[in-house]
Design a protein around this ligand. Structure first.
Ligand code: ADP
Ligand code: ADP
Ligand code: ZN
Length: 215
């Protein structure tokens, strides 16, 4: 099963990816997570990516495509993968199509999770994630039992630097300008599924699960 999860920042891609993983054992490839890991390890990639992430801009296509290409070649992607937050530009979508063709694979579904901007802003202002196991919570919509502490592993819950008001606005603009046009691209390829993400997490997941069960 080769699928992609798209949608504006805060739409619930990561949250849905975790639920999908529990039912369908395929690797979850999040370019945002890869970049954040590189930033926290202070690697060369991390230093490069941070400049863009801090201001809400996209990391250049050439860098991002190279990373995804390398990841897709790994053995665990042989029987399927789930891309979260990639592709985000038409250039990335075309590069992905090329890589998959070379590997003799194709995409089976592209989920576009939509949520109104005011809800996205509220979600991102309350988003916190575990510094150890990376589980995502929301101080308002999905709080941990003990404030600031992960239910699963006891790690500390951290608010992302780029989830501040100004960067969030830039990220929404970037999404509208550069990523939204991909809906048409995947629509034309006949694999687009529009999902209303402004419902509770399980309702959204059940819709995605039903579609995955049929492919
Ligand atoms: P969100 O969860 O809010 O959608 P991500 O975690 O996917 O955000 O991405 C965080 C940041 O990482 C982006 O604002 C961007 O700077 C960078 N990034 C992630 N994925 C990509 C991509 N496919 N292309 C370019 N930059 C990316
Ligand atoms: P994305 O990966 O698309 O940026 P996340 O999965 O990180 O989005 O979710 C953004 C924030 O919204 C998180 O704090 C998460 O707990 C919360 N969230 C996710 N899905 C829902 C939902 N269906 N209803 C309410 N809050 C949600
Ligand atoms: Zn944890």
């Amino acid at each position: 099963m080769n699928i992609i999860l798209m949608g504006p920042p805060g739409a619930g891609k990561g949250t849905q990816a975790d639920l999908i993983k529990a039912s369908f054992p395929i690797p979850h490839i999040s370019t945002g997570d890869i970049f954040r890991e590189a930033v926290s390890n202070e690697t060369k990639l991390g230093r490069e990516a941070k400049k863009y992430m801090d201001s809400g801009k996209l990391v250049p296509d050439a860098v991002t495509i190279g990373i995804v290409q390398e990841r897709l070649m790994q053995a665990d992607c042989q029987n399927g993968f789930m891309l979260d937050g990639f592709p985000r530009t038409t250039v990335q979508a075309e590069a992905l199509a090329d890589v998959l063709t070379k590997m003799g694979k194709k995409l089976e579904a592209a989920f576009n999770i939509s949520v109104p901007d005011d809800i996205l802003i509220a979600r991102m202002s309350g988003r916190v994630s575990c510094n150890k196991c990376k589980t995502v919570y929301n101080t308002r919509f999905n709080p941990s039992i003990k404030e600031g502490i992960c239910d699963k592993c006891g790690g500390n819950l951290i608010h992302r630097d780029d989830d501040n008001e100004e960067t969030v606005k830039n990220r929404l603009n970037v999404y509208n300008d550069q990523t939204k046009p991909l809906m048409q691209y995947y629509g034309e390829h006949g694999i687009l599924h529009d999902i209303n993400g402004n419902r509770d997490t399980n309702t959204v997941f059940n819709e995605i699960k039903a579609i995955l069960g049929s492919i």
